[in-house]
Design a binder for this molecule. Structure first.
Ligand SMILES: [Cu+2]
Length: 93
């Protein structure tokens, strides 16, 4: 009985947990890039980089990035501290 319940709970919870879940009330768009990293765009249009390992990394404003679908995006802002805040909050026990 309790095992069945655990399985049910897991099956409900797991799909809601991507490899890296952002509690992203401020993030309006997250675009995967060709190199495996992700660029997150905030409400105000500024961006932050997430490495393929799920860490917040720096990128110089104005840097051109290629999306996984081959489009070109230019980096606006470098909100590394802002993204770090989200990552930290989400990975807290
Ligand atoms: Cu970037």
């Amino acid at each position: 009985m309790s095992i069945r319940k655990s399985i049910l709970v897991l099956s409900l919870v797991l799909p809601a947990l991507p490899a890296f879940a952002l509690n992203n009330t401020d993030i309006v768009k997250s675009t995967p890039l060709k190199d495996g990293s992700t660029v997150h765009q905030f409400k105000d249009g500024k961006m932050a980089m997430e490495s393929k390992f799920g860490t917040a990394v720096r990128m110089q404003e104005g840097t051109a990035m290629e999306t996984a679908t081959g489009q070109s995006i230019v980096m606006k802002g470098d909100e590394v501290a802002r993204l770090y805040g989200y990552i930290y909050e989400d990975n807290r026990p």
